[in-house]
Design a protein around this ligand. Structure first.
Ligand code: TRP
Length: 332
């Protein structure tokens, strides 16, 4: 086992879908086999948009249960809630003093908000809270607090990681010392783009997602809604041009793929049957995880215990880092 640290933040935005599973969850869990992993729920980042306490709590449980059900082992992975580690906020305040306002002005999410205000003839600051504006600083604090070496994220987080490195370098240069570890982004393999129900990239904004854990009946219904063409049962079909087959490939062995592919090409198989095969295969693999998910959601106390234990360990590491920084800076 590598002694290097892998860290990532998970925003509690609701039930992960298959695109999240193959694109983020699975690769992060694989990375956890090689690195000392620290994965946390970024609930303070979510506070910028979620102001309903029940909703925030529910979404947090949902995402925690989903990651645990997908195989996150809290014995191996330090798993905690960002809000349980107040050292994050102390470091965030320290980082503020070294973060140029101009750097924040360039952040994509902030710029997009300003641009949309401009287009809509609104005040440029409309809807921009300081949490959004300083989002990259809080994210830098998450990362730098735990001396992360690698940060597995989607490509959309590239700029945030560059900003983290920028801020850390300013501090390291100022103290003529290596106070902070400069992290490196690891982008999830782009090889495996997961297609949604309509064949476009699976994404909440396209409304074409397949949620990871829903009751079996509902899951079957969703799989039946995968978009296909209007070819009749008897017609030979092209697996390479089919949304059902694209999803099948994510779960099937080479052999299983070859078998279904031959069935496509020879004709005589209708879309209902192809979807049935897809459902059976997916369900077989997802059902065991789903039952873990269901039992966790039914026993939130168990999730609390896991997150509390994670918070304790995380605070132990974080408070050591903060004491060190306080000394170096001249607070102590
Ligand atoms: N900004 C990330 C996202 O939107 C979530 C996040 C917060 C994060 N803090 C982090 C990711 C630290 C990696 C490291 O997905």
């Amino acid at each position: 086992m590598n002694q290097k640290v892998s860290l990532t933040g998970i925003k509690p935005t609701g039930m992960p879908h298959l695109g999240n599973y193959f694109g983020a969850i699975k690769p992060a869990l694989e990375l956890a086999e090689k690195y000392r992993a620290r994965y946390f729920i970024a609930d303070y980042h979510a506070l910028n948009t979620i102001r309903d306490p029940k909703m925030l709590r529910d979404l947090t449980y949902e995402v925690a249960a989903a990651w645990l059900a997908c195989g996150l082992n809290p014995e191996d992975v330090l798993f905690y809630r960002q809000s349980d580690v107040p050292e994050t906020f102390e470091l965030s305040t320290i980082l503020m003093a070294f973060t140029a306002k101009g750097l924040m002005n360039r952040a994509h999410a902030y710029k997009a908000m300003v641009q949309s205000n401009e287009e809509n003839g609104k005040d440029l600051d409309f809807g921009v809270n300081m949490g959004l504006y300083t989002y990259p600083v809080l994210m830098a604090a998450d990362i730098l607090l735990f001396d992360a070496d690698v940060v597995p994220v989607g490509k959309d987080q590239k700029q945030h990681l560059e900003m983290t490195a920028d801020i850390a370098q300013v501090i390291n240069a100022n103290y003529n010392n290596k106070l902070l570890t400069i992290p490196e982004a690891i982008f999830h393999s782009t090889g495996q783009v997961v297609q949604g129900l309509d064949g476009r990239k699976m994404s909440k904004s396209y409304n074409n997602t397949i949620p990871l854990f829903v009751p079996e009946k509902k899951f079957r219904k969703i799989i039946n809604s995968v978009v296909t063409n209007s070819q009749g049962v008897e017609e030979p079909k092209d697996p390479e041009a089919c949304n059902v087959f694209a999803l099948y490939q994510l779960f099937a062995t080479e052999e299983e793929q070859a078998v279904l592919s031959a069935r496509y090409r020879e004709g005589g198989m209708g879309w209902g049957e192809a979807k049935g095969a897809l459902f059976e295969l997916m369900n077989e693999q997802i059902a065991p995880m789903r039952s873990v998910y269901d039992s966790l959601i039914a026993d939130k106390g168990a999730i609390d215990l896991i997150l509390q234990a994670g918070a304790e360990k995380a605070r132990d590491l974080a408070s050591k880092k903060i004491s060190f920084l306080r000394k170096e800076i001249g607070f102590a």
